[in-house]
Design a protein around this ligand. Structure first.
Ligand code: ATP
Ligand code: MG
Length: 354
């Protein structure tokens, strides 16, 4: 039963005269003082109860524009642009600001911002929230939920390999995100890879950059132009055939196997110099038998999970919802495995604040 909280007394402190009114007014036109917000939507009290809500129902209670954000530091660089840690000047909340440079026509830009607005509606705790997007000086900026332990790529750079119980916890959360994208939003992610799976100190794993690769491709006028890495691309996709949700499952299988064995599965050794060229990779993915987990080093459940994902024929791959019930995921379900402890014991990627 929900217990009603006693009414809280509202106290509005009027700014003293020497303080310029602009320091209380955010650039988006919200008057802000302590817990109080006043904008065109009316007067609202952001109670402590609301602020301590779990990330599962995170919703911003304020609007903002670029001017309301102050840059703290660069936290990542990708092929499409730079990711900065920023703080909302008035509320103190940290965000990741991803800026993607693109010189495109006005019409396409509007289309992209429109697509991003649709993406902002994400209602899944395992998909990084995009709170806001805007176009400025030839670049599209995305205000994203800040994940304070970076990406899975940062994690494996430090730990080299992730043990099965932790991997099961990672996989379960990624699969929950994929079930949401595939079954509820009808979206193929297209770019599942370690750097697009983000982690926070609570041990939450969330998928990011969905739709971004398609957006970049669109902006270049060709839907199938790809910006980024081909490493995790399914055979049907890398060879230019049609692909569907199961293409994301192939990528997930490769990511999971990489985390377990400590190297990209199509690489013969850990030596970066030996990274296959695009044509070697294409040939290996399309013509060779798919990579598998060595049964002498891993449990039968894990080996079976990997091969349920990495199948050359897309019809042989399990769906995201089937994989959620796979024995590998179920095996560690009730074991209380705390991924938060693992990631918090690592060096933060770039001294991330919390
Ligand atoms: P590519 O651009 O080739 O796809 P990428 O995924 O590494 O590669 P970005 O998406 O620009 O490139 O991200 C760069 C890095 O920024 C990530 O690897 C991650 O460490 C960091 N990052 C991205 N988004 C966030 C976020 N929301 N919170 C915290 N760190 C983030
Ligand atoms: Mg990314």
């Amino acid at each position: 039963m929900k217990i009603k909280k006693p009414l809280q007394e509202l106290k509005l402190s009027v700014p003293v005269q020497e303080t310029p009114i602009s320091s209380f007014l955010t650039a988006s036109g919200t008057f802000h003082d302590g817990d109080l917000r006043l904008n065109q939507k009316g007067l609202r009290l952001i109670s402590e109860e609301k602020e301590s809500q779990s990330s599962e129902s995170k919703e911003l209670d304020f609007e903002f524009s670029k001017e309301d954000l102050e840059a703290i530091k660069v936290i990542g660089k990708g092929s499409g642009g730079v990711v900065q840690l920023v703080r909302h000047k008035w509320v103190g909340t940290l965000f990741a600001l991803k800026v993607i440079q693109m010189n495109i026509q006005e019409e396409i830009r509007k289309q992209i911002v429109q697509e991003l607005k649709i993406n902002q509606a994400s209602q899944c705790p395992h998909v990084v929230i995009c709170y806001h997007s805007f176009y400025h000086n030839g670049a599209i900026s995305l205000v994203l939920e800040y994940m304070d332990r970076g990406s899975l790529a940062d994690v494996i750079r430090q730990v080299k390999t992730i043990l099965e119980p932790y991997l099961a916890v990672v996989c379960k959360q990624v699969l929950q995100g994929l079930v949401y994208l595939h079954n509820e939003r009808h979206i193929i992610h297209r770019d599942i890879k370690p750097s697009n799976l983000l982690v926070n100190h609570k041990g939450e794993v969330k998928i990011t950059d969905f739709g971004v690769s398609a957006m970049l491709a669109n902006s270049m006028g060709q839907r199938d132009t790809f910006v980024g890495t081909y490493n995790y691309m399914s055979p049907e996709r890398i060879s230019g055939s049609t692909y569907d949700y199961s293409s994301d499952i192939w990528s997930l299988g490769l990511v999971v196997l990489e985390c377990a064995i400590g190297r990209f599965p199509y690489m013969r050794s850990e030596d970066e110099e030996e990274r296959p060229s695009f044509y070697e990779l294409l040939e290996a993915i399309v013509d060779s038998p798919p990579p598998t987990a060595p049964p002498d080093q891993f449990s039968p459940e894990f080996c079976s999970f990997v091969s349920a994902c990495i199948q050359k024929d897309p019809r042989d791959r399990s769906s995201s919802s089937d994989l959620l019930n796979h024995p590998f995921i179920e095996k560690f379900q009730d074991k209380d495995i705390d991924l938060g402890i693992l990631v918090s014991s690592l060096e933060p990627p770039v001294n991330y604040p919390r």
